[in-house]
Design a protein around this ligand. Structure first.
Ligand SMILES: Nc1ncnc2c1ncn2[C@@H]1O[C@H](COP(=O)(O)OP(=O)(O)OP(=O)(O)O)[C@@H](O)[C@H]1O
Length: 345
């Protein structure tokens, strides 16, 4: 969620542990528990183990129900950033899907402090798995599974929720993995609900709008950057970039080289979209993550992943496919997904 509000990051001020006093005791709202700050301290053994951090939050190991592992996402204390916490809380309270991170409880002081208790995902995020922890190579079967499950998570928020939700920040660090490497989409702080997703904030100066719309480097839909109109199609663009990461093992944006994956992939994507030519197998193999065991991969599966990515990143937004179409294409054209137990929900 670091993407849209980079400009206010420096306002983050408070430390995590000296937070406000409790407001209410633990209540249960449709299976989600509302905690006091004292509860939160107890759940995290006084914030003893930090397991992750983002632009606006710190994530601590916690225990829910006395023993089960959980993750506590403590949002940075700030009146302004409190809105981001509320957006994420309100959305997670409504979402239930096997490929979306599950909300177990929350703390909310209704002013500037909030925390979310989430199911714990022991394999961390996809970005680390693909690009940082190079000792453990994510096998091809897990990569196609993540692609399919991510399509299903996006389909759920775009097409099956009322009102519909645009995530607004689809990227590999917002995809968490459970112990079996199943995908769980997280970080709904940039999300837009219903018609608000189509509206460009009007009161903003062009300068602030420019800063607000920087986006996560490498993932931002150029159409969104030009117009400021957030739509489902921007999520599809982010989905396409994640697919390119899964295939190539390359980062969406390489800060050292100043290189974007969509630019590296452009010639191949062009070839994929050009129906008059057959994609040269050599070019596909050259793009494929060199750390993968080649023998176990069907080149047609790689081509399918690339053609889905191509449709999501190259077409003008109105012609981009929907998440349900992409989930359908993946499961139909990658037969091993069925053997891996992936079926359309
Ligand atoms: N439920 C969880 N289980 C395990 N690790 C988690 C969990 N939630 C978050 N993390 C870790 O913390 C990181 C940051 O989480 P998240 O993206 O929700 O925070 P953020 O402040 O919104 O960050 P960003 O700057 O990426 O937008 C994740 O990439 C992941 O490594």
């Amino acid at each position: 969620m670091a993407c849209f509000l980079n400009c206010v990051r420096f306002e983050a001020s408070a430390t995590t542990t000296d937070k406000p006093t409790s407001k209410r005791g633990a209540l249960n709202v449709s299976g989600v528990t509302c905690y006091t700050w004292d509860d939160v301290k107890a759940l995290t053994s006084n914030f003893s183990r930090l397991i992750g951090s983002g632009g606006y939050s710190s994530i601590y190991m916690a225990r829910s129900g006395g023993s089960d592992k959980a993750a506590l996402k403590v949002h940075v204390s700030s009146h302004r950033l409190y809105q981001i916490f509320r957006v994420e809380l309100d959305i997670l309270l409504r979402l239930q899907h096997p490929n979306i991170v599950k909300l177990l409880g929350y703390f909310d002081d209704s002013e500037e402090n909030g925390a979310l208790l989430l199911e714990y995902l022991p394999q961390g995020n996809l970005q680390e798995k693909l690009h940082i922890n190079s000792k453990q190579i994510l096998p091809w079967r897990n990569r196609i599974t993540v692609a399919f499950q991510l399509a299903q998570a996006i389909e759920h928020i775009h097409e099956k929720c009322i009102p519909q939700i645009v995530h607004g920040d689809i990227k590999s660090s917002n995809i968490l993995l459970d112990k079996s490497f199943n995908c769980k989409l997280c970080d709904f702080g940039s999300a837009k609900v219903g018609f608000s997703s189509m509206v460009q904030p009007s009161k903003m100066s062009s300068r602030s709008r420019q800063v607000m719309m920087v986006g996560s480097p490498g993932y931002t839909d150029p159409h969104y950057l030009r117009t400021g109109i957030a739509s489902k199609k921007m999520d599809m663009y982010g989905f396409g970039v994640v697919l390119l990461e899964l295939v190539s093992g390359k980062e969406a944006f390489n800060a050292e080289k100043g290189e974007m994956l969509v630019h590296i992939a452009a010639p191949l994507i062009h070839e994929v979209l050009d129906s008059s030519v057959d994609i040269a197998e050599d070019n596909v193999r050259r793009f494929l993550d060199p750390r993968l065991l080649r023998d176990s991969i069907h080149i047609d599966e790689v081509k399918t992943m690339l053609s889905v990515a191509a449709l999501c990143i190259s077409k003008p937004p109105s012609q981009r496919p929907s998440a349900s179409q992409m989930a359908e294409t993946l499961v139909q054209r990658i037969p091993s997904l069925s053997f891996l137990g992936c079926a359309k929900l």
